[in-house]
Each structure stands twice: as structure tokens, then as C-alpha cells.
Design a protein around this ligand. Sequence first.
Ligand SMILES: Nc1nc2c(c(=O)[nH]1)N[C@H]1C(S)=C(S)[C@@H](COP(=O)(O)OP(=O)(O)OC[C@H]3O[C@@H](n4cnc5c(=O)[nH]c(N)nc54)[C@H](O)[C@@H]3O)O[C@H]1N2
Ligand SMILES: Nc1nc2c(c(=O)[nH]1)N[C@H]1C(S)=C(S)[C@@H](COP(=O)(O)OP(=O)(O)OC[C@H]3O[C@@H](n4cnc5c(=O)[nH]c(N)nc54)[C@H](O)[C@@H]3O)O[C@H]1N2
Ligand code: SF4
Ligand SMILES: [Mo]
Length: 759
Amino acid sequence: MPDTASTDDNRREFLKVIGGLGLAGGLATGTWAGLEWLIPAGTADDWYKSVCRYCGTGCGVRIGLRDGQVSDVRGDEDAHNKGILCVKGSTLPHLMRAEGRLLRPRIRKQDRFVDASWDEAMSLVAERFQAAIKDHGPDSVAFYGSGQLFIEESYVANKLFKAGLRTNNVDGNPRLCMASAAAGYTQVFGKDEPCGTFADLEHATCFFLFGANPAECHPPIFERIRQRQKTHPPTEVIVVDPRHTRTAEVATLHLPVKPGTDLLLLNAMAQVMCQDGLIDNAFLQEHVRLTDGDKTIDLPAFQTLLKDYAPEKVADRLGIAPTTIRDVAYRFARSKATLSMWTMGANQRTQGTAINAMLMALHLITGHVCRPGATPLSLTGQSNACGGVRDTGSLAHALPGGRLVANPKHRAEMEKLWGVPAGTLSDKVGLDAIQQFRAMEAGTLKAVLVMCTNPAQSLPAAHRYRAAMEKTFLVVADAFADTETGKLADVLLPAALWVEKEGVYGQTDRHYQLIEKLLEPKGESRSDLAILVDLADRLGHGKLITARTPTAVWDEWREISSHSTYNFKGMTRQRLRDNHGLQWPCPDETHPGTQRRYVGGDDPFVPKGKKIYFYGHPDGKAVVAFRKYVESPEAPTTEYPLILTTGRVLEQWHTGTMTERVAELARASGPGRFEMNEQDAVPLSIATGDRIEVTSRYGQIAGVVKVTRSPRQGVLFAPFYDAKFLINLVVADHFDPVSKEPEFKVTAVKVRKLEGGRA
Ligand SMILES: Nc1nc2c(c(=O)[nH]1)N[C@H]1C(S)=C(S)[C@@H](COP(=O)(O)OP(=O)(O)OC[C@H]3O[C@@H](n4cnc5c(=O)[nH]c(N)nc54)[C@H](O)[C@@H]3O)O[C@H]1N2
Ligand SMILES: Nc1nc2c(c(=O)[nH]1)N[C@H]1C(S)=C(S)[C@@H](COP(=O)(O)OP(=O)(O)OC[C@H]3O[C@@H](n4cnc5c(=O)[nH]c(N)nc54)[C@H](O)[C@@H]3O)O[C@H]1N2
Ligand code: SF4
Ligand SMILES: [Mo]
């Protein structure tokens, strides 16, 4: 149904695009005259409510259609982003018209691809999957999915592979992204997903931004922090990041820690808080269980374990002065309401789970949780990592609704709910992301479906895993042709993009929102759901996958969710159409949704009479465990004296397959390049524009360098969007032993200036 609400609105109201193309710093809203060209006036006949396809901020948008095309995309004033979009969201019309779409299936014949019909392509896929299962068993096939698929799509893939093909080899790119946060929440609260809400941004008096750069990666969130600073001075903004990012520019305190060392900071903060009596004893007594990582301990014992982390003892390794560490502990604890947000600087680490858990622990020992503005809120990366992958349990160790493969009771529950015979679900934890690619390398994974992700560019140690992909029968479903992974495929399946299909996204704060189909898929492309349903039929599992439309799948999953505390039964399709998203738990159709989890009167699972109850653990308490710091395996050495860290820039999305095609975005970001601290560059006679060669234990790459003060001394930064500057060729191959998330943020490297002039 067209939504006419915004048709007549004043255009300037929509110029809330954050992050100028190529402009330094996030600017305030309403100052975007230079960006007017992005938002052509009066080009739409009808307007529709929808959601941006890119990131986990999940901005509500209004889409203007004209002549069967997306002609305009504006921020939705009524959604949680309050009308604000970043440049990626506002250029979505350009993406939908971009060249280079994969328009029909292709099959590799010797060294080249030939066009094929859907029937030919899918017959071949089914044949190869069936042959692998017959000859080598169900664990010889795998699904490698994405936090950008719709919930309905991930749910069906998970069900087909786990309950149909009987393998738990279902994983995806959220393993590279949110796995440490999911593991952290589960250890601390007994359940995954944050307890807080975006609405807390308007209540916080101290923002603790840890390993996150929201000015470039979650711009509307950053804008809300800035508004809060303006309207409620003195709001603290503490930024922990080895680089002086655009986010750090607004910080009241920036801690440029050495990459890979900051569990030392969190432990030191805990030490100061305990020592100086900054903790909330009453909260601790009632709601928290302290452990040494194994057994329950009391506060003095916890304090004793932290004694090696006194600020003076960690300062050198961390690269931060003891007085500053004390200062940050005080500011965190003493503020009225502290809101932590963290992302990949915390998650993509060999101690990612420990860092997540310790960050949450700081909130629990100081009582900064379950109050407006006081909460540990992990920022989600992709548009649907939460709803699509974490909540549906589309991970190798998981089952839907917080259940685990390793738990026989959980398997039995899912077998009943899915109507399959007892014993159908394998008790073997499947292969997580990295292990899937190692199994391809070893030749034990014979056929793999890669959907909506580009691992040939996004995995670490890319030499190794790109070679591994050549050894398996690789099926790649992507909206665009010529991705790095597509080039390695045996079969390419063209996928419909964004509003060419329908489905639900679940974002950062348990917020579910509907995207309705507005366009026909380009060429012969199909929704990923249609591809999965077809595959199910061809593999003989049509009777299992009975729900075949987005709505039918949604209704099935809604019903199943009601048998867990991840309950969103009340979110009917109609309610999602009528609302700007709802937050679970939302058990029935009259329930307004839950803003703050574990809080009585808000969360329906909190027993009557309790103000706060952490029902994820049997004793109703959250767990704060002591976490020992372990040095990264990539700590600097004399041979590899610098640390390479990698990440994102505002205008580009991940591997660039979409945003590189939007000319304005590509122009603004320019090609990928290194950023180097001047104190490292000058002694090597390296200047901006020079070409340098960077070598790690995993590979070598040459690129242009920009000399800045942004990365701290000893740190080199590179983005990963540019396929021609494929930084993952040098990124190290280590992962967190608990979450299995790779450490993209720490690689020891050496640098050499290349002669031959400047670029
Ligand atoms: N523009 C844009 N926005 C995006 C995305 C995108 O591709 N482009 N992707 C989305 C996705 S999926 C994700 S996961 C998020 C990621 O969002 P962010 O995590 O905010 O982005 P990154 O640039 O990966 O990393 C954040 C910061 O971690 C810092 N860092 C590196 N090492 C360390 C360390 O040891 N300790 C600490 N404390 N910090 C460290 C880096 O310097 C960097 O500034 O962004 C989402 N939003
Ligand atoms: N060095 C380094 N590497 C990293 C990271 C880092 O910080 N540093 N971050 C990691 C993180 S957090 C993440 S999330 C990953 C992201 O890594 P990827 O998931 O590999 O990157 P994307 O570019 O998002 O890939 C999505 C693909 O899906 C396609 N696509 C878009 N829409 C659809 C659709 O509807 N259906 C289908 N079938 N295809 C579609 C796009 O064209 C694109 O090829 O990268 C990881 N890799
Ligand atoms: S912040 Fe994320 S969801 Fe919002 S417009 Fe930008 S990319 Fe889209
Ligand atoms: Mo991510």
C-alpha cells in the first residue's frame, strides 16, 4: 500500500543525510545543501515505508517510486532514526539502477561461465549435493549464509540443512562479526541479544564507545550522541580506539590503546572500581554472581584476582597512562547513566568473548544496567545478523530461539516443533565459518552453498581460503556478477536485491521491521527464499519446507518462537506493516513490544513483583567472571614491528560489490589505501602518496599510503572494500577459541617503501 504521509512534506526536512561525501567529520543535520543532488525533488509518484538494506542501525526509510523504479529514498521521520540517513542509505536509488547485476544463472564450463536456465543450474546443484551426501555423508555439504538475508531466508536454510539434510554445517558471515557479542551475552545473561534499546541514547550521561566508529559505521547513532552532547552538557563521550577516528573527534576522552591489548583496560577499570569503592554493592548482592571463570567466588576473591591489573601494572602494555585509566574508571562508574556501545574493535579479537563479557561486567558491578540510558548495547553490524542469524540459530553450534546443538533437550524440542522424528537433528556441532573453509581445503567439504556474502574478499588469510574454495563444488547466490567469490564459483545463481523481495530484518536492539516487495526482480533473478525452496524440493525435502512464501515462513517461525523467550508471536505481518518495527519479547498481538529486557513491567518474562530478573540463568543472576588477559599471537616483534588493523569507511559497504557501483560513493571514498602514523612514516622517508609494501606472516600487498595522526604510533590501518587492494591477503589467521570469530583487527606486519614515485 502506498504511504502518502510524506508526499507533501517540505523537502528540507529530508536533508538529514549524515556524513558528507568526502567531507571530514560528521556534520550536524540540516547542513547538507551540498548534498541536495542526492535527493531529487518531486521525482516520486508514491511513497512506501521500508528499511535501509545495509547496516544494523536499521534506519526506517520512505521509498519513492516512479515509472517502476526507486526514484527517491528518504529517512523516515517516524522510525527510530528520526528521519536521519547516512550517504549509503540515501544513495539506494542509485544502487537499484546500478550496472553489473547478475541477471541469469551461470554454470562454469572449463574456464568460463555459460548462461544456463534455472532448471539446468538447480538440477546440477541438486545432483552435486545429493552425490556428496550419498558418497560422503551429510557433513560433506554446508551452507555459508549472511546477516543480510531476510529472517525467512536464514530460517529456511537452517531448517533445510539441519532438519532436512541432517548436517549442522550452517554458518555465515555473522561469525566474522557478531559471534563474540553473542557468546558474551550468552555467558553473562544466559541469553543472547542486548537488554537495552536505542531509546537509551536519549538518557545516557556517559557514552563508552569501545572499538567502534559510529561516525562512519552507524552515523544516525553517532548523530544522536552528538545531539545528546549538545542538549545535555556535559555528556561524556569516551572513545577507546587505536585510531583518532571521526568518532574520537567528539570525544571528551580518547584512549588510543595499542591494538589487541584492551582487555587490560577493562580489567584495570574493574580493579579501580573495586579498590576505590565505585561499585554498586546492593545491585551486586541481588543480581550478580561473581565467578573465577569456574566456581562462584565472593567480592574480595574477585578483587584479589584483579590485583595484577592495577593501572600501573598494565599501563605500558596498554599504551595508556595510569592516571587516564583511573579517570576513565571514575567517569564510567560515577555517571548517572553509562551506555556502552562496541563493535568490531572488541569482537574481532582472539579474546573477543572475554572483552564482551568484561565490558558487560563493568556495567553489572557498577549497576549501570536495566535503567534508562544505562546499558551495555552491542552495536550490530549487518542489517539482519540479529534477527536473521542469531535469533534463528543459523550458526553451526546453535538451534532456533537460543537453543544449542549440544543440548539433547534442545534438539528434542526442535525436532518436535519441526515435526521430524526424534534423533533427526545431528548431535555434532557443525563447522563454523573458518572451519568450513578449512574443510574445503582438506577436501572433506564437497559441496557448499554461499548465499549473500563474499568470503573470497572478506575472510582473513585470503590466500589460504581462496585456494580452499577452488577445491569444492561452490554454488554462489549473489545479486551482482564478478564478485571475488563469484569468480571462484561452479554455479552462479542471480539473487533479487532489497525491495525486489519481501522479508523481515531484526536489528541491534531486538527491533524487527518489515521490508515489502516493491519491484520485480531484475532479469531472471529470484529471491533467496525462492532459491532455497526450489533446492528443498529438488533434494526431496519439500514436505519439510511447507511454508514457501515470506508470510507463511514468518507465521511458522513466529509460532515456533513462542516456545522460547525469544518470543515475537505477537508480531503479525499486519502489525509490522502498521508499525515502524517492534521489539521482542512480544508474545501476543496486544503486547507493545519490550524496550528493556529483564526489567519488570516491561519484559513479560520477568516474574511478577521483581524489578529486575536475569531469567537467562536459573538463579536469576547475571554472571561476572574474571577474565585473564592473553597477549594476541600477533603482538609486534622485531621482524614485524607494526600492527595492521582493518575496518571501514563511511561511504563503502564491506567488499564494495554494491557501493563501489554507486559512482558518487566510489568517488568520495577513492581507492583503498593505507593510513600510517607520521612518527612511523618519517623515519622511513614515507610520505602521503607513496607506495608501500606491507608484509605479514600470511602475505604481502602493495598500496598507496596516507600519512596522518589518526592511527597511533605503531599502527597501520587499511579498509577492506577495495577488491583491487585486497587487504585480507595479509590479515592473520587467528580466532577466538570460544566465539570462533577471526581477529581481523590485529596483524603484525613490516613495511617497506616502494620506489617508483607517488601515485
Ligand atoms: N560505512 C559502513 N558502515 C558499516 C559497515 C560498512 O561496511 N561500512 N558495515 C557494518 C558492519 S557488518 C559492521 S560489523 C560494523 C562495524 O563497525 P565498527 O566496528 O565501528 O567498524 P570498524 O571500522 O570495523 O572497526 C571499528 C574500530 O575498531 C578499531 N580497533 C582496531 N583494533 C582495535 C583494538 O584492539 N581495540 C579497540 N578498542 N579498537 C580497535 C579501529 O581502529 C576502528 O576504528 O559497521 C556496520 N556499518
Ligand atoms: N579485513 C577485514 N575483513 C573483514 C572485516 C574487517 O573488519 N576487516 N569485517 C568482517 C565483517 S564484520 C563482516 S560482516 C564481513 C562482511 O563480508 P561479506 O558478507 O563477504 O561482504 P558483503 O560485501 O556484505 O557481501 C554481501 C554479498 O551479497 C551480495 N548481495 C546483496 N544483496 C543480496 C541478496 O539479497 N541476496 C544475495 N544472495 N546476495 C546479495 C552482495 O553483492 C555481496 O557480494 O566482512 C568481514 N571481513
Ligand atoms: S546508518 Fe545504516 S541503516 Fe542507516 S542509512 Fe546508513 S547504512 Fe542505512
Ligand atoms: Mo559485520
